[in-house]
Write a protein that binds this ligand. Structure first.
Ligand code: SF4
Length: 692
């Protein structure tokens, strides 16, 4: 542990991708207290409610002993570590002997440290020899990742520090509720407006972020791409395209220009519900020197998520913004390590350093670092949802090892996915609490969390930060790195797996060297000294806070315009399901709520269904009445919240509690394989007297 004079240790919040810096000090009776760390540049001491209460996870909820399911009683019982690990290794061996290496799958998380994400990828490919590994970050921002790779040749959420947006003239947020999901970041929006800049928010709900906007556009869910095409059409028609930038720094403009010609304002209004005057107003504020376009889950979690993001990237490129100071395009990552988690090998198609697993040079480089032959590395596996959908099927995995993910709550079409988990021969879950997924497991392994361990995270800016251990873990728990190493040893892996985070990070750096996400010049000391280090950071470099000033990392050095066409939601509304359902977050909870629902000082309201007063009147529903919301996949009974801030044709359900994702659609984006969490067809009716 590294502490200051007061005994406090600098570390980072356990939750979202802002990765706010904080100090953690020992409190009374083994508790810890969270304090401001004002010197850390990203949040300058500010934290949201979740950050301030991060030390308040009820200790009685912690798992401190391995649990194995008793074959006779069917219940979980306590076991010691050797028994649990021997059991897992023995059953893995038996399943792989009977069904092949791919009979065992690994499912990681976007909240795991870089070291854990890296080690999980290596464990799957080297110790298990399986191609079947993916993670829940596939559901977070993989559409933006796919779009950025196609357009810019690289995927770093923000290619500039977040503070840059304060000096823009206009910031357009598409599908982001920054003020509620990461409140300390919202001060940048306030400063932007204080300096005379304008904020545009595109969101079907008038969120706290939209309340701050100069212009709020409330499109029909699933039509953000049509809006982007309409904007592009008008930019071109009004002569606002930066032709000099387009000619000098991009390719493909003429095809994109043609693709937008048919998106005249009246057509856009018909599809999106955005009035032509609002569209005009948006284009007016885009006629500025420095425009930042930011997308988030609202734009990305669609069966057309990649195309939607590309549509907004096309807008940013037409305006001549990417690579320009205080301007550009960026994606706001959600999960704590959503960025780093997808760079170092826990994705089905990737090796560390954002290398592709089917690239022979990438395989040779990583195999050399790992000390194995390249031909022993398996190929590309299934993406997250496809992996879960295949569990227990004839050609699918028979065992699943889960690290840092609560699939039962967070997977789309969650009722179906729960059935697939139940069909497994072996489900192993590493977690700190008895999550809904752990409760289904054959073996539960208790692991350390956040302030009890050291490791790096990569925040939404591509800044690699260091979480430092601030307190001792409860007796009986082990780190995920220790669990992976112990299993690898029992499986006779051809190489050893380190358990010291700093050593694992150094190995990660070597494996990433020369890759798109090059971390080889970063070490723990550099992170401590500089308040984080931005990748790419090849050996000898100081890191790269701002990208694209000179060139884009594509073969031509130019960004690519890519034509896209609006197709609309995978599941249109109809007479039976006449409403749009959209899902999202609330301030006091984080992701599946496995941690935040167990923090005493955070309100645990349970799920609710937000509806507009016009819809409520039609359904004879008052605020607080139970309603039944149904889709083709399931239903949920929860209290109605009657609010004027939502479209009358749309219902909203937060996804932190079991139930919301029983409703959501598993239609996948063809490129990113991201599910369409953000829109599906639904019906709502009064459900008086029915318990949720
Ligand atoms: Fe910061 Fe996000 Fe943690 Fe809130 S949840 S304190 S915004 S890192």
């Amino acid at each position: 542990m590294t502490s200051d004079d007061t005994g406090a240790t600098t570390t980072h919040c356990p939750y979202c991708s802002l990765q706010c810096g904080m100090k953690v000090a020992p409190g009374r009776r083994g508790a810890i207290t969270v304090q401001s760390w004002e010197e850390f540049p990203v949040n300058a001491g500010a934290l949201c409610r979740k950050g301030w209460t991060a030390g308040g996870l009820d200790r009685r909820e912690r798992l401190t002993q391995p649990l194995v399911r008793d074959r006779r009683t069917g219940a979980l019982r306590a076991a010691d570590w050797d028994e649990a690990l021997d059991l897992v290794a023995g059953r893995i061996r038996a399943l792989q002997a009977a069904h092949g290496a791919d009979a065992v799958a690994v499912f990681g998380g976007g909240g795991l440290t870089n070291e854990k994400a890296y080690q999980l990828g290596k464990f799957a490919r080297v110790a298990l020899g399986t191609s079947q590994i993916d993670y829940n970050g596939r559901w977070c921002m993989s559409s933006a990742a796919s779009a950025s790779n196609q357009a810019f040749g690289i995927d770093r959420g923000l290619p500039f520090p977040l503070v840059d947006i304060e000096q823009a003239d206009t910031v357009v947020l598409v599908g982001s509720n920054l003020a509620e999901t990461m409140p300390p970041a919202a001060r940048h929006l306030d400063r932007l407006r204080e300096a005379g800049g304008r904020l545009v928010v595109v969101d079907p709900r008038r969120t706290p972020t939209a309340e701050r906007a100069d212009l709020h556009l409330q499109p029909v869910p699933g039509t953000d791409l049509a809006l982007a095409l309409g904007v592009l059409h008008l930019l071109d028609a009004r002569g606002l395209v930066d032709e000099e930038y387009v000619a000098r720094r991009t390719t493909g403009w003429e095809d994109v220009r043609r693709s937008a010609t048919s998106w005249w304002p009246e057509r856009v209004e018909r599809v999106t519900g955005i009035h032509t005057a609002e569209l005009d107003a948006l284009v007016d504020v885009l006629a500025a020197d420095r425009v930042v376009v930011l997308t988030a889950r609202g734009a990305e979690q669609h069966a057309q998520g990649t195309a939607t993001v590309l549509g907004w990237i096309n807008v940013a490129l037409a305006l001549g913004m990417p690579g320009t100071e205080h301007a550009g395009y960026g994606c706001l990552t959600g999960q704590g390590n959503g960025q780093g988690g997808r760079e170092h090998g826990q994705k089905a198609d990737q090796l560390p350093g954002y290398r592709m697993i089917d690239d022979p040079d990438a395989r040779a480089h990583v195999a050399r670092v790992w000390g194995v032959a390249p031909e022993t590395l398996p190929g590309r596996g299934r993406s997250a949802y496809e992996l879960l959908d295949a569990l227990g099927q004839d050609d699918g995995p028979r065992a699943l090892l889960v690290f840092g993910s609560n699939i039962v709550v967070s997977a789309p079409r969650a009722g179906h996915v729960t059935g697939r988990l139940e069909a497994l021969d072996l489900l192993v879950v590493c977690d700190l609490v008895m999550s809904e997924t752990a409760a289904l497991a054959d073996v539960v392994l208790p692991v350390t969390q956040w302030a009890e361990e050291t490791g790096t995270m990569t925040n939404l800016e591509g800044r690699v930060v260091l979480r430092q251990q601030a307190t001792a873990p409860p007796a009986g728990v082990r780190s995920d790195l220790e669990v992976v190493a112990a299993l690898a040893e029992r499986l006779d892996a051809p190489v050893a797996f380190g358990t010291e985070p700093e050593e694992v990070f150094a190995e990660l750096g070597r494996a990433s060297a020369g890759g798109r996400a090059d971390y080889s010049g970063i070490d723990y000391d550099a992170i401590r000294e500089r308040g984080g280090v931005f990748w790419p950071c090849p050996e000898g470099s100081e890191g790269t806070p701002r990208m694209f000033a000179e060139r884009f990392p594509t073969a031509t050095g130019r960004a690519r315009f890519l034509p896209v066409e609006h197709g609309g939601p995978a599941e249109p509304t109809d007479a039976t399901y006449p409403l749009h359902l959209t899902t999202g977050r609330v301030l006091a909870q984080y992701q599946s709520g496995a941690q935040t629902r167990r923090v005493r000082d955070l309100p645990d309201t349970g799920p609710f269904v937000e509806v507009h007063p016009l819809l409520a009147r039609r359904l004879s529903v008052r605020d607080g009445d139970d309603v039944r919301i149904a889709t083709r996949r399931g239903e949920l009974v929860a209290p109605a919240r009657v609010v004027t801030t939502i479209r009358p044709d749309t219902a909203f359900v937060p996804f932190h509690w079991i139930g919301a994702n029983r409703l959501t659609n598993d239609a996948l984006d063809p490129s990113s394989r991201m599910p369409e969490f953000k829109v599906c067809a639904a019906s709502v009716e009064a459900a008086e007297g029915v318990a949720p």
